[in-house]
Write a protein that binds this ligand. Structure first.
Ligand SMILES: Nc1ncnc2c1ncn2[C@@H]1O[C@H](COP(=O)(O)OP(=O)(O)OP(=O)(O)O)[C@@H](O)[C@H]1O
Length: 649
């Protein structure tokens, strides 16, 4: 049989091909559609399941809520997860407020041309400009040109910057500093007394601390030596006494002054030395000149306690005391502190840090505790109520001591003004120990007969030896130390104040608080063992805004032969680092076992990086913190030493 050939035309073949391809595509589409439907069904199913689960959960919850619990069966409580809500308070804002800028340049920002934006007219974005104008639309006058009621938050900041005042703690409701005596809120009698004392303008610490005292806030006040801290605590204290005398008389209606006297003083000031107590007594009497009948008594060691007890029983409003003698009087019941609500610790770091603690606690325990402020710092103080107010003042306050001191205070405001040693030029003269006396005599000769100097030594014996040597050499001098009788001490200070003597040889008993005007030089014949002592010693000059004419001299006996190498470079000028170096070198020499070589002290050129490196190593070796080296300049060094608690012990 012959095979049959079927011929298929090209057209036919193409038609078949297309048909198969269409079939194929259709089947694919169908599969995809089927799969899609399947997925949708599955999703619908899942959604349905979720809704059902939710309904069941809600039904269960409402059943649990409304049905009494079945005995013996533990009830399962379903707590829906809490929605996270961000607390608005406490959220830190990194935004700038325009008033934060206290520089006088702030107006220039407004004037800056805007060359970007929507180009509303000639490249200037008008709406944006209007918005900015509104933002910067605050009164740019200096605070001194404004009335007090016109002062805004920004003015307050500039004011504090101008006086170098800073606050720490105390919450947000601290009263703002006063700008003048007239704004202080002190009674007219006190203002008259201030005028009479010749204090025409308040000093920065007075500006900051007096309003806080009047607000009954606890205060830790740190301001440089001779800056008027005494008046800063006496004035609010006297104001408080005037107010509480009236208050107590009105409320208790005491019949006579005798009964009132039995209640004890309204205020107690504790100080570390007798001379300081007497000095504060004088200042209090001076400032209470126009307040009728304010009685001030100082009770210190070295005088008859019976006599002091008698004076207290005669009635007193203010007691100024050394803690030891005050405790003795309390134990003997010469004094009660039933209505004492105002406590001041002057030279607070010395008082809390150096062994007076048990006595201070004893005194505080003898005071009424009912008037203590609420512990909750956000709780507002009742203006009509009398609270216990505690004031602490000093020129130095190492952080560790501040921490210790805080337990006597409730929510204190820490006020810091400036830095120590601002007004005092400091010099260091290096020499062998055998040359010290000769060099001291040379310095005293340079002073001339009329200039006054305090020569500090570290021990009573050294004070006596040095005094004998200087006396022999014919200097007009007096000696002052703890082994002298009270009478001798008083005579010494009185004679020095009256300029019968122009040299006072003293130990650290005279290092703190003693206010003798016109002391031109403080000479550290022996360098002190702590930076705080150094600060207080040099603070006997440059008081009440006066600059220490030639300031403080530290005579450091260093055997030059044993000095080995530091420095020398061209990078920094002598003038810039003079004070930095003048303070640091003696301490380095005294307290490090490393030695230094100073190529030349006159016209010294210091390569500061080298010094810093050296000090870092030294500080590490001595276990001290090294951030003290972050800044230079004598003030910074002193302060940073405080800050880093690296007081050299
Ligand atoms: N507002 C004032 N204007 C002018 N002088 C003042 C003012 N307030 C106080 N003084 C005077 O300044 C001197 C130093 O004051 P004060 O003894 O109170 O200083 P201080 O800060 O307590 O010093 P230190 O830290 O050494 O104890 C005193 O003679 C005092 O009379």
């Amino acid at each position: 049989m012959k095979p049959v050939f079927v011929t298929i035309s090209t057209r036919q073949r193409k038609q078949e091909e297309f048909a198969t391809r269409d079939d194929h595509r259709d089947s694919k589409r169908r599969t995809r559609r089927r799969r899609k439907h399947g997925e949708r069904d599955q999703k619908d199913g899942e959604r349905r399941e979720r809704v059902e689960e939710k309904l069941v959960a809600e039904r269960d919850r409402s059943r649990i809520e409304h049905m009494p619990p079945i005995e013996g069966q533990q009830q399962q409580i379903i707590i829906p997860p809490k929605k996270r809500v961000m607390a608005k308070q406490g959220r830190f804002s990194f935004d700038w407020d325009n008033t934060d800028d206290t520089s006088s340049r702030v107006d220039h920002l407004e004037e800056a041309p805007l060359l970007f934006g929507r180009s509303y007219r000639a490249g200037i974005d008008r709406p944006e400009q209007r918005k900015r104008k509104k933002l910067f639309d605050f009164d740019l006058r200096h605070w001194s040109e404004k009335k007090v009621e016109e002062m805004k938050e920004r003015d307050g900041r500039i004011f504090r910057e101008d006086f170098n005042i800073s606050y720490k703690g105390g919450g947000s409701k601290i009263s703002r500093p006063m700008r003048s005596w007239a704004e202080s809120g002190l009674t007219p009698q006190l203002l008259r007394a201030v005028e009479r004392a010749g204090h025409h303008n308040p000093t920065p610490i007075q500006i900051a601390a007096i309003p806080l005292g009047l607000q009954q806030r606890d205060v830790i006040g740190i301001a440089h030596t001779g800056s008027g801290k005494t008046a800063a605590f006496i004035l609010p204290m006297l104001n408080y006494i005037v107010a509480s005398r009236g208050f107590i008389k009105n409320t208790r209606e005491l019949e006579n002054d005798e009964a009132e006297a039995e209640e004890g003083p309204y205020a107690v000031v504790m100080v570390p030395t007798r001379e300081l107590a007497q000095q504060i007594e004088d200042e209090t009497i001076k400032l209470s000149h126009y307040l009728s009948g304010i009685k001030v008594v100082s009770i210190v060691g070295g005088q008859s306690i019976e006599e002091q007890g008698f004076r207290i029983r005669q009635g007193c409003d203010v007691v100024i005391a050394t803690p030891g003698r005050l405790i003795d009087c309390l134990h003997r019941r010469y004094i009660v502190l039933n209505r004492c609500n105002y406590v001041v610790l002057d030279e607070a770091d010395r008082m809390t840090g150096e062994g007076f603690e048990p006595q201070i606690l004893g005194v505080l325990d003898a005071m009424p505790s009912t008037n203590l402020k609420p512990e909750d710092q956000d709780k507002e103080l009742d203006e009509k109520k009398i609270y216990r107010t505690t004031y602490m003042f000093s020129a130095t306050m190492p952080p560790a001591v501040e921490q210790l001191a805080r337990k006597y205070l409730r929510n204190p405001v820490v006020v810091t003004v400036g830095s120590a040693g601002n007004l005092i030029t400091q010099h260091v003269i290096m020499m062998n120990s055998s040359e010290k006396l000769h060099r001291l005599e040379k310095l005293l000769d340079q002073l001339g007969g009329d200039k006054m100097a305090i020569v500090f030594v570290n021990t009573k014996r050294c004070a006596d030896t040095l005094s004998r040597a200087l006396d022999k050499a014919g200097y007009r001098l007096t000696t002052f130390h703890g082994d002298k009788s009270q009478e001798q001490r008083e005579l010494s200070l009185e004679g020095f104040r009256a300029k019968r003597y122009n040299v006072l040889v003293a130990t650290d008993v005279a290092g703190r608080g003693i206010d003798i005007p016109d002391v031109a030089h403080v000479i550290n014949y022996d360098m002190p063992d702590k930076i705080e002592k150094y600060t207080h010693r040099i603070g006997r000059t440059g008081r009440a805004g006066k600059t220490g004419a030639q300031g403080n001299y530290g005579l450091v006996a260093v055997d030059v032969d044993y000095l080995s190498l530091i420095l020398c470079g061209q990078a920094y000028t002598y003038a810039k680092f003079q004070s930095f170096f003048m303070v640091l070198i003696p301490f380095i020499l005294l307290f490090s076992d490393r030695t230094l070589k100073v190529w030349s002290l006159d016209g010294l050129q210091v390569h500061i990086d080298l010094v810093i490196e050296f000090l870092k190593v030294w500080a590490l070796a001595a276990g001290k913190k090294t951030e003290m080296l972050a800044t230079c300049g004598s003030d910074a060094v002193i302060n940073l030493w405080h800050d880093s608690d690296a007081a050299i012990v």
